[in-house]
Design a protein. Structure first.
Length: 294
């Protein structure tokens, strides 16, 4: 039995997706989120990691997708909670108010708690994570850790006890980074793809803290998965079909629209090679997708 599939990208507001996804020229009434929601049924909101979003903006997103029955937003938790470890009741309230708005409208896929590579599996970090999971206990949660020390039975049991999904990630294998392997800790799988641009990833680590342009910051995600890699990935994802009720697949290799192209290709593979509605803008830049369009 095939679980419910939610396949999309990390973010939707990228200027370099014009014209590989969003058309040019655009009218004043053209909206990127409305256009995006015609093709994918989920988007991971990354802006909430950098800023506390107003309820007015959240309501605007809900209205823009009101005609799409099963469209969901997953929300990345603000870095104050996961990286800076500096939060208070006001910050908690700000996050929860937005989650409640999405949940009330049946648009909330879940909350992503993304931790840095330095967040290894030790007693102090488990204690801190326990605190966060309790703060957001009323919501569907996905935890992304990047250090291989979390790949152990005790950590899996801990997440199961808190009914929290362990996020599966694909990224270059550098140092003690965790490997790509879907592991199930509840009835929902959350899988993120950062690309396999190892050289750019290493450069990003070496330049950590230095002032960089948007292009420099994004270069480590600049990767287009090959058809062969995607076939292998789809086979690994299908191996967990009978273990979960929902699967979220999020492409974060966003530069120049690569995430869009690969999201279409994975959608095709995971839906038993169904033909897809794909915009002409994307077909022009990624002609290999012509074979899978309806």
């Amino acid at each position: 039995m095939t679980p419910k599939l939610y396949i999309g990208t990390a973010g939707w507001s990228y200027k370099d997706w014009v014209p590989s996804f969003y058309p040019l020229p655009q009218s004043k009434t053209f909206d990127w989120l409305q256009f995006y929601s015609q093709y994918f049924n989920v988007v991971e909101v990354n802006s909430t990691y950098y800023a506390y979003t107003s309820q007015q903006i959240i309501n605007g997103w809900i209205k823009k997708v009101e005609e799409i029955e099963d469209f969901s937003f997953t929300i990345k938790l603000h870095q104050d909670f996961t990286h800076k470890k500096d939060f208070d009741d006001d910050k908690i309230k700000s996050v929860c108010n937005n989650l409640d708005l999405l949940e009330k409208s049946e648009r909330l896929g879940g909350l992503l708690l993304q931790f840095p590579y330095s967040f290894s599996c030790n007693n102090a970090n488990i204690s801190y994570l326990t605190k966060l999971l309790e703060v957001f206990e009323n919501y569907v949660k996905f935890v992304e850790v990047r250090h291989t020390s979390w790949n152990n039975k005790e950590a899996f049991d801990f997440l199961q006890q808190h009914n929290t999904s362990l996020c599966t990630i694909d990224q270059p294998k550098i140092g003690s980074s965790i490997q790509f392997k879907p592991l199930i800790t509840n009835n929902t799988a959350y899988i993120r793809f950062h690309g396999r641009n190892a050289e750019a990833w290493k450069n990003s680590i070496n330049n950590f803290g230095a002032k960089q342009t948007y292009e420099q910051q994004s270069e480590r995600y600049n990767y287009l998965y090959t058809p062969g890699e995607l076939v292998q990935i789809s086979q690994q994802i299908k191996e967990i079909y009978d273990k979960v009720k929902k699967i979220f697949v999020i492409m974060n290799n966003h530069p120049v629209g690569n995430a869009v192209a690969n999201a279409f290709e994975l959608l095709h593979l995971l839906k038993e090679k169904a033909k897809l509605k794909i915009p002409e803008t994307t077909l022009k830049v990624y002609p290999r997708l012509i074979a899978i369009k309806e």
